[in-house]
Design a protein around this ligand. Structure first.
Ligand code: NIG
Ligand code: FE
Length: 425
């Protein structure tokens, strides 16, 4: 039993009961205390609010450790709801080719892109895959991410997909972060099924999904619904089969072309649709009506040299917007939520409060973790960041570095000040 008291903090947190009407106007409900305190007991938030209120009736004997935040801003730990952090090696040479003008999907068509990561995952030992994944996850933690979703999708056969999901689960046990795994056998059509994507869909539906549901704890199934990858009917078939096995749906929708991925998300009641760079208003409105969360990935648009998704329009249409890194070796090689935060504010015209809600509570909603993380409220995990500034605006203002003073996961200090960060591995 440890009890910690965090004092003199400028606390900024979204709150769970914010009404959708408030979100519609883009004015997310953020609680703010100028001189706030948090009382943490066994990793959970016991009390939070104005310091004088939190201290009421509290004796010194009840507190094991007192930490002053010296007026710094305290926000929830980031939740990164869409990543492909389990891969064995980056694709730097391919990035140079993209810079020279080769389009992303053309590389995939030629057997590169996602398929080159598939080759390296299949060829690598467990040790290499574990090591590379651990490195990505710990880098994310040092940039303030305390909960992360990680997809499979570089195995693309039953054995290799399960191996990836087991690696993701092992990293979840080994590292302090909460990790949610998503099965993404439908990330690309593997070489051995070239020209027979329906045959590969059969394999996913008849063999992979039942095996994954038997052997792994994946809560979600995701599909790359895109021209030349998986069609809307194929994506529907996969996601409905996964649903029967208890996996909720996510869709990589309309990233490069508008193929109707967003409409499919609305039709089948997906938890979220991601990317949405090419989606039309009608399908976005259908998503809003069905309560599908829009997960936007501005670091991917940045890396593909494309304009980011139209977050303002989506919020006008009533969508709940979340933000994510999409960390992967191809289209977005970053583990940094502060980078995503700053892109959202500077390039997508999101307000600081909207970006804060999108990187925390809405992101937690997109992976159904919002009952325990994503906001600082009584009985939720004490996952928070002390920023090296007075307001969350520092996350957009100080560019290119994470302006984070210290990081707490379930009340435990993960990294403290700049020098000591290096000691956390
Ligand atoms: O979300 N678009 C599909 N999947 C990833 C990229 C994966 C890769 O290139 O390795 C994405 O952008
Ligand atoms: Fe992705």
């Amino acid at each position: 039993m440890t009890t910690k008291l965090f004092r003199n903090a400028r606390i900024n947190t979204p709150v769970s009961n914010s009404s959708r009407t408030a979100e519609k106007k883009g004015s997310y409900s953020i609680s703010f205390w100028e001189c706030g305190a948090v009382l943490v007991k066994n990793g959970l938030i016991e009390r939070i609010g104005d310091e004088t209120e939190v201290l009421k009736g509290l004796s010194h004997k009840q507190v094991d450790q007192e930490i002053t935040c010296e007026g710094r801003c305290l926000v929830p730990g980031f939740v990164d709801p869409h990543t492909h952090m389990c891969f064995s090696s980056p694709r730097e040479a391919e990035f140079s080719k993209r810079l020279a003008g080769t389009p992303y999907l053309e590389m995939l068509k030629a057997g590169g892109g996602i398929l080159s990561s598939v080759r390296s995952v299949r060829e690598s030992t467990d040790e290499v895959l574990l090591g590379a994944t651990r490195k990505n996850v710990m880098t994310a933690l040092l940039h303030g991410t305390t909960t992360v979703e990680i997809k499979s999708g570089y195995g693309l056969d039953t054995k290799s997909e399960i191996r990836m999901l087991k690696v993701i689960e092992q990293i979840g046990r080994e590292t302090p972060l909460d990790i949610v795994s998503t099965f993404m056998g439908a990330h690309a059509v593997p070489m051995e099924y070239k020209g027979d994507s329906d045959g590969y869909v059969d394999l996913i539906v008849n063999e992979m999904i039942p095996a994954v549901s038997r052997e792994c704890g994946s809560a979600f199934c995701d599909v790359f619904c895109e021209e030349g990858v998986f069609s809307v009917p194929q994506s529907r078939r996969i996601l409905l089969a996964a649903k029967e096995h208890g996996m909720a749906s996510k869709i990589h929708a309309d990233e490069v072309n508008d193929t109707g991925g967003a409409a499919l998300a609305a039709e089948i009641g997906a938890v979220s649709a991601e990317h949405l760079l090419a989606t039309n208003d009608t399908n976005l409105a259908a998503m809003a009506k069905a309560g599908v969360i829009a997960v936007l990935l501005p670091a991917t648009a940045y890396s593909l040299r494309k304009p980011p998704a139209n977050a303002r329009r989506m919020m006008e249409l009533g969508l709940t917007v979340a933000l994510s890194t999409d960390c992967n070796p191809g289209s977005s090689f970053t583990q940094s939520m502060p980078f995503v935060f700053s892109l959202a504010v500077m390039n997508m015209m999101m307000t600081v409060n909207e970006a804060l809600a999108a990187c925390t509570l809405n992101a937690a909603r997109a992976i159904r973790m919002d009952s325990i993380v994503g906001s600082l409220e009584k009985r939720k995990y004490a996952d928070f960041l002390i920023l090296d500034g007075e307001t969350p605006a520092i996350l957009a203002y100080q560019t290119g570095v994470p302006p984070i003073y210290s990081i707490f996961k379930r009340g435990e200090c993960m990294a403290d000040c700049f020098q000591e960060r290096r000691t956390v591995r």
